[in-house]
Design a binder for this molecule. Structure first.
Ligand code: GRF
Length: 200
């Protein structure tokens, strides 16, 4: 039995992606395990999902730090102690500094609710609707210093239906996200996805 991929999940809010990853990791034969959960917001709903599964959690409240760099340094120290194979950002709503991201190059993933490179940044569902798109979706990618810019690991398409609102499209996309992240981590665990060698 090869060792499971150790995943630390970093959240900010409700943690529906975290909940889905915990459920996927509990399946027989799962290729990854969620070993730690970190959160930048005290009282975030996602912390309850980790607690219910007996997964250690740590809150690092970004309001307690004088700069982005200082917060990132605290998160880095905590992550180094956890020693994950992968740091999975899931509903994590802070911009991380380039030095922090570089120190986790090839080990940090994120999920974004659009078919990147379309609709980066905030309100991607609204962007898609305003663009008149008929197809939307979600992307799991390696994290690089540019926001929502890193090499793509996996994507899933979600149709935009007549009458869709930002809310209905977001709800439909989340269902796809909850499957996609587990699939992406399984690909990494199986050696089917790795950070591309630098072109230089
Ligand atoms: C999700 O759409 C995620 O892709 C985005 O934030 C939303 C909420 O995530 N980054 P979660 O429910 O907290 O996992």
């Amino acid at each position: 039995m090869t060792a499971k991929l150790k995943v630390a999940v970093v959240i900010s809010g409700g943690g529906s992606n975290l909940k889905a990853l915990i459920a996927a990791a509990a399946q027989p034969g799962a290729a990854f395990e969620v070993t730690h959960v970190f959160c930048n917001r005290p009282g975030a709903g996602g912390l309850a999902h980790a607690a219910a599964a007996g997964i250690p959690t740590m809150v690092i409240d970004h309001k307690g730090f004088s700069s982005r760099g200082a917060f990132d340094a605290a998160l880095d120290t905590a992550l180094r102690t956890a020693e994950p194979d992968i740091v999975a950002l899931a509903g994590f709503m802070r911009i991380l500094t380039a030095p922090f991201i570089e120190s986790w190059r090839g080990k940090m993933t994120n999920i974004h609710p659009s078919l990147l490179p379309l609709y980066k940044g905030l309100h991607p569902h609204r962007q898609a609707l305003e663009a008149g798109a008929t197809m939307h979706g979600c992307t799991v990618h390696w994290v690089t210093p540019g926001v929502d810019e890193g090499p793509i690991i996996a994507q899933a398409e979600v149709p935009i239906l007549p009458g869709d609102t930002e809310e209905t499209l977001q709800a439909r996309t989340l269902i796809a996200e909850h499957k996609l992240y587990a699939q992406a981590l399984t690909m990494i665990a199986n050696g089917e996805a790795s950070f591309p060698p630098s072109s230089s």
